[in-house]
Design a protein around this ligand. Sequence first.
Ligand code: MG
Length: 216
Amino acid sequence: MPLNVIDNAIDNTIDLPININTIKGFLAEDEGQALFQAARDTAHLGASLEVGSYCGKSTVYLATAAKIKNNIVYAIDHHRGSEEHQLGEEYHDNKLFDPQAQLMDTFKAFRKTMRDAQLEDTVVPIVASSQLASRNWSTPLGMVFIDGGHSMDAAMTDYRAWAGHIAVGGILAIHDIFPDPKDGGQAPYTIWKLAKASGLFEELPTVNTLGLFKRI
Ligand code: MG
């Protein structure tokens, strides 16, 4: 049987190493499956990289695919929470707040997820800002998933830092695409439009709120 036939058989029955519903996060199941497929189908081009790991929900999808392909995932997050996770903000979770530091700390939850899912041999956590992590970066990437801060500044920084590292044939995925401002913040959609207009990417069908492009 050719390899792609085996691969396609996996599509609807992704065997995740952990009950994904036990992991905190904001990723829908169809979006997670699309990330899994993208990571699997681009593994031959280079590592996967995500910005904004939070408690590791998307990382599990990416890394499960990477593991099958003997690939790795770089998981970047300063683990201090995005704007909307801070104390008093809409998506604040008190259980992820470090009272001693008076700061968010999602790294402990992230490590637990990776350990429980037995993905510590596949995921390289980078506990730093996206910009700092990108400063000396020169490794081509099979795919990049941007789901970091949703301020315009943060989203633009992530796009500028990482879009150029995607190998030809690789995939750019951007979470939380809301063309109508009534549905959500516009920063991810703004960088989606930048990618579309850049001439560097071919638009792929959007999955729920997950925008997808192929590097050409
Ligand atoms: Mg998101």
